[in-house]
Write a protein that binds this ligand. Structure first.
Ligand SMILES: *Cc1c(COP(=O)(O)O)cnc(C)c1O
Length: 378
């Protein structure tokens, strides 16, 4: 197979995979009770804790599903009908969380920022000053706007006021600094196919003791397939080196995630986060040279896992298609207010260890943008 002929995935997930992860995906399927799989699953759970900065009393859950399923699992285990939630909305994923909560008959209040703007800790303090909900939900990096919120400061404010804090880290875990235990985050959720650099198909949720207690206190339990209580004995068994069964785990995907997490942990979680910051500035300097600027309005709020950027002067949204013709997949705008005038480049995970692939991306964008402005004729 000629790797150069494959389209290079530079969208904000699914992402390009390392050779070790690809090799893991090609292994024959294992039984969920195979001692080799038990060992793999136990290691995955330990490494998920490490990547999230979770303590040993935090419980990671790894189940088959998308990031959206992880959102559903997190939301429905910590609040139930009639309880109150505050959703901090910095893009489309906050809106999705509000929808999930609404369907569970949770009373949702939204604090929404215009596209490209962040939500400050002060604004959160003010919102909590008027009414304290049962739980606060936020998106660490919203993939539709490229905005990162200051999680450490917001967590301090939320912790001070008392509600649970649930963080959608689908586009941040493994790429941005996140210390779940130290910052007092109750639930961190993510998915396999973004900064963790594994194939799509696994939903990951890490719950604090407070979040596990909130589940036990619910009057109306969550759907069985996402219930912490149903999965807890299974995950505890694997952690202790014993096979267990509730619903068949995606054994092949867990094996691939194991390979991805092993690479991440070997490099060091802090080192990986620093690398993401370096890669982000390299990519943005390259884009800046082409006259392409970030959508996020304030420097501190620009994510390191992806760049949501304005289309350059005189270039339309068909730029994405012309970049694809050059063998590199970038993504169009996702947020309704940004669809016509922006595009997005994912630069999270293993691809950041490959300078040649980052250069190839920038070359493809430059060529596509140049040919566009020539075609538009100035
Ligand atoms: C991608 C993403 C999701 C949804 O994940 P899916 O696997 O597509 O369901 C949720 N939140 C954020 C921040 C994301 O980037």
């Amino acid at each position: 197979m000629n790797a150069d002929l494959e389209p290079l995935l530079m969208i904000p997930g699914p992402v390009a995979l390392s050779p070790a992860v690809r090799a893991a995906m090609a292994e024959p399927p294992r039984s969920h009770t195979d001692p080799a799989f038990v060992e793999v699953f136990a290691r995955v759970l330990a490494n998920v804790r490490a990547v999230c900065g979770a303590d040993t009393d935090h419980q990671p859950f790894v189940v088959a599903g998308s990031g959206t399923l992880a959102m559903e699992m997190a939301a429905t285990n910590v609040v139930g009908p009639g309880q109150r939630a505050l959703v901090l909305q910095t893009g489309v994923f906050g809106d999705r969380m509000a929808q999930i909560l609404g369907r569970r008959s949770v009373a949702v209040r939204r604090l929404a920022a215009p596209a490209g703007h962040t939500i400050s800790a002060e604004a959160v303090a003010e919102a909590l000053g008027s009414e304290v909900p049962d739980a606060v939900f936020l998106t660490h990096v919203d993939t539709s706007t490229g905005v990162r919120v200051d999680l450490e400061r917001i967590a301090r404010v939320v912790r001070g006021a008392g509600p649970l804090l649930v963080v959608d880290g689908v586009c941040s875990v493994g790429g941005e600094r996140l210390l779940q235990a130290a910052w007092g985050v109750d639930v961190v959720l993510t998915a396999s196919q973004k900064a963790l650099s594994a194939p799509p198909g696994l939903a990951l949720v890490v719950a604090s003791p407070r979040a596990l207690a909130a589940r036990r206190a619910l009057a109306v339990p969550p759907p069985l397939t996402v219930d912490f209580e149903a999965w807890l004995p299974v995950h505890r068994a694997y952690q202790e080196g014993r096979a267990s069964y509730f619903a068949t785990p995606a054994t092949g995907l867990v094996r691939a995630l194991d390979a991805a997490l092993a690479e991440l942990v070997a490099e060091g979680v802090d080192a990986v986060v620093e690398r993401h910051a370096r890669v982000a500035s390299t990519v943005r300097a390259g884009l800046d040279a082409l006259g392409i600027r970030p959508v996020p309005q304030d420097g501190d709020t620009v994510a390191n896992t992806l760049s949501a950027v304005w289309l350059p002067e005189g270039v339309g949204a068909d730029l994405v298609g012309r970049v694809a013709e050059r063998g590199v997949l970038v993504a169009g705008g996702l947020h309704p207010d940004l669809r016509a005038n922006s595009f997005r480049i994912g630069h999270m995970g293993w691809v950041g260890t490959q300078p040649a692939l980052l250069e190839r991306t920038l070359r493809a964008v430059a060529a596509a943008a140049n040919c566009a402005s020539t075609a538009d004729g100035a």
